[in-house]
Design a binder for this molecule. Structure first.
Ligand SMILES: [Zn+2]
Length: 251
């Protein structure tokens, strides 16, 4: 009898543990704290997209382990914005432990392409044309708008900027490729002053800005210029160097 009770209780505990690790139906975007670099994880039930994987320091991998259930070892989409090591250096480690179903970069994506599943879409706004191997510099970063449109008609959007420069931001504004407001801005190039222009902010009008940046990095990121531009417009600033992983799931 005692034996049965123990078995029964163990079973209940197991079910609870399993239930706790189930992904929720909500969409969650995790801006991973990868030190100086970029990695963001979009989680929708068992579908996950990783936008950049961070530098070669295992922090991108750790972010996956911390935020996905232990049995889910598959990434449906990996999108590499450009070839700098602070964005792609962690790829070898990530691909050692996670099966990558689809891989995108500026070599196979350009403006107007869309990555989509159910209620989530990533609409590419940069580069204007596909880029040849080796030309995947900051200007050619894949940038786009990540949107979650809920069946109720509500939703939210995030501008994912990679490391685009001020010139690219101005093109997107002048050519009216960016015309709508977003809820969140992933600040370009870790807060380098050659980005996050007033022109861009006036169109996007984000409520919140996320800066993915390393503690006391040698580049002086994020720059005072960018912090001032954001503060002047009353935009809330969240930084991975100060807060660790930043999880966004509702606005
Ligand atoms: Zn970078």
């Amino acid at each position: 009898m005692k034996y049965r009770l123990i078995l029964f209780l163990s079973l209940i505990i197991l079910v609870i543990l399993f239930w706790l690790t189930l992904p929720s139906k909500k969409v969650e975007v995790v801006f991973c704290d990868v030190g100086q670099g970029d990695a963001a994880l979009v989680i929708y039930k068992s579908w996950q997209m990783m936008i950049d994987v961070g530098p070669n320091n295992k922090k991108g991998l750790k972010c996956l382990e911390n935020n996905l259930p232990f049995w889910d070892k598959k990434l449906e989409v990996v999108l590499l914005t450009h070839g700098d090591s602070d964005h792609v250096g962690g790829l070898e480690d990530v691909s050692k432990f996670y099966k990558i179903e689809q891989m995108f970069s500026s070599e196979n994506l350009n403006q107007y392409d869309v990555i989509k599943t159910d209620w989530i879409s990533f609409e590419v706004v940069n580069p204007a044309k596909k880029v040849e191997k080796g030309n995947d510099n900051n200007e050619n970063s894949v940038a786009g708008i990540l949107t979650h449109s809920e069946s109720s008609g509500q939703g939210w959007s995030i501008f994912m900027s990679g490391d685009i420069t001020a010139d690219v931001e101005r093109r997107l504004v002048w050519q009216k490729i960016l015309t709508e407001e977003v809820d969140v801005l992933k600040v370009s190039h870790h807060g380098s002053k050659d980005g996050t222009t007033d022109e861009l902010l006036e169109i996007l009008k984000p409520k919140m800005a996320v800066i993915s940046v390393g503690v006391k990095n040698k580049y002086g990121h994020p720059t005072k210029e960018v912090l001032d531009r954001l503060t002047k417009k009353g935009i809330e600033i969240l930084r991975t160097d100060l807060e660790g992983d930043i999880i966004v799931n509702s606005f």
